[in-house]
Design a binder for this molecule. Structure first.
Ligand SMILES: C[S@@+](CC[C@H](N)C(=O)[O-])C[C@H]1O[C@@H](n2cnc3c(N)ncnc32)[C@H](O)[C@@H]1O
Length: 310
């Protein structure tokens, strides 16, 4: 169950119950969504963990296995869900999602239309952004994907915020019942320009559309179509760089090794090398900041446009 109601976000006031969804966190790149069931076990390389030991603990607790290994039990959030969900399609990740939610100006109470639903990664963040009184209507023409996404949203307690429908949005457009009702529309479709005339009809005056496309040729065609009815057309590519920060022993041959540092941070010194940036902290240790090697490159282009007032 996600905490989509902002008034219930303080997860430390809530304890884990039988039937809750928890994110079992080993490290930033190793975590799993698990439904708590008294009588069941969770196993990983650190040992066997009894679910019954988790019940009654606050979210965020560190729990130990029979061998003394540990994991943390985190409350599910859209950001964590994006990292653990079943990939039935390509998905949007947090860097793109954060720009989408911000530039679509989504706030509680908004009505958002989306297509395609895919694996529901973006939909989950959209739902939290519109909660508790808004609604996300998401459409996918693939019946099985739509059904699995609906199941996930139900399992995660989001069905009051999301409706999932099967529809070919490029062929038929969005349903007429949403004409003039959408604050924003998001498209992750192979030929988004085919859906733009319908998007223009769905948006409220001044509403915003965003289209995600992996190829620049798709972006060009979308922009051509957008120019007739939209203004403020902008395209972005988000490249996220993650850093690893750790303290290291200074090597003897480093020039600044041993340089006396009196009061920090006034006398911190910074040196850049091929491995990263060093900040000398004291005689024997430096803090090293190194870009992570697994940093993701191009995901796609995000094109935003605002419905022009005629
Ligand atoms: C890349 S996935 C979307 C992923 C999603 N944004 C996420 O973050 O999980 C694209 C989806 O669009 C759907 N799709 C493709 N063409 C469509 C169309 N004409 N109408 C509706 N859905 C369509 C596909 O079935 C697929 O599930």
């Amino acid at each position: 169950m996600f905490f989509s109601d902002p008034s219930k976000r303080n997860t430390f006031q809530r304890r884990i119950s039988d039937g809750d969804l928890v994110i079992v966190y080993e490290r930033h790149d190793t975590m799993k969504a698990v439904k708590v069931r008294s009588g069941s076990d969770f196993q990983n390389r650190f040992g066997v963990f009894k679910h019954s030991d988790w019940v009654g603990r606050p979210f965020g607790s560190k729990v130990t296995s029979h061998k003394g290994g540990f994991v943390h039990l985190l409350a599910p959030t859209p950001e964590l869900w994006t990292l653990v969900l079943s990939h039935r399609t390509q998905i949007l990740y947090v860097a793109d999602i954060s720009l989408v939610v911000t530039y679509l100006e989504i706030v509680p109470g908004c009505v958002v239309l989306e297509s395609g639903t895919g694996s529901g990664s973006l939909t989950t963040s959209l739902a939290r952004a519109v909660a508790p009184s808004g609604r996300v209507h998401t459409f996918d023409f693939h019946e099985q994907r739509a059904a699995l996404a609906r199941e996930d949203f139900e399992k995660n307690g989001l069905s009051s915020l999301i409706t999932v429908s099967v529809r070919d949005i490029q062929g038929e457009g969005f349903p007429d019942e949403f004409s003039g009702a959408a604050d924003s529309v998001f498209l992750d479709l192979p030929q988004p320009w085919l859906a733009m005339p319908s998007v223009a009809r769905m948006l409220k005056q001044d509403g915003i559309v965003c289209s995600f496309s992996p190829c620049i040729e798709q972006v060009q065609r979308s922009c051509e179509t957008l120019r007739s009815k939209f203004t403020d057309i902008r395209t972005f590519e988000i490249l996220l760089r993650t850093y690893e920060i750790r303290e290291e022993k200074v090597k003897g041959d480093r020039e600044d090794a041993g340089s006396p540092v009196g009061s920090l941070p006034r006398k911190r010194r910074q040196t850049s090398t091929v491995e990263g940036t060093y900040l000398s902290m004291e005689r024997t240790h430096s803090v090293m900041a190194k870009p992570c090697s697994e940093t993701k490159g191009h995901t796609g282009y995000l094109t935003f446009a605002r419905l022009a007032c005629i």
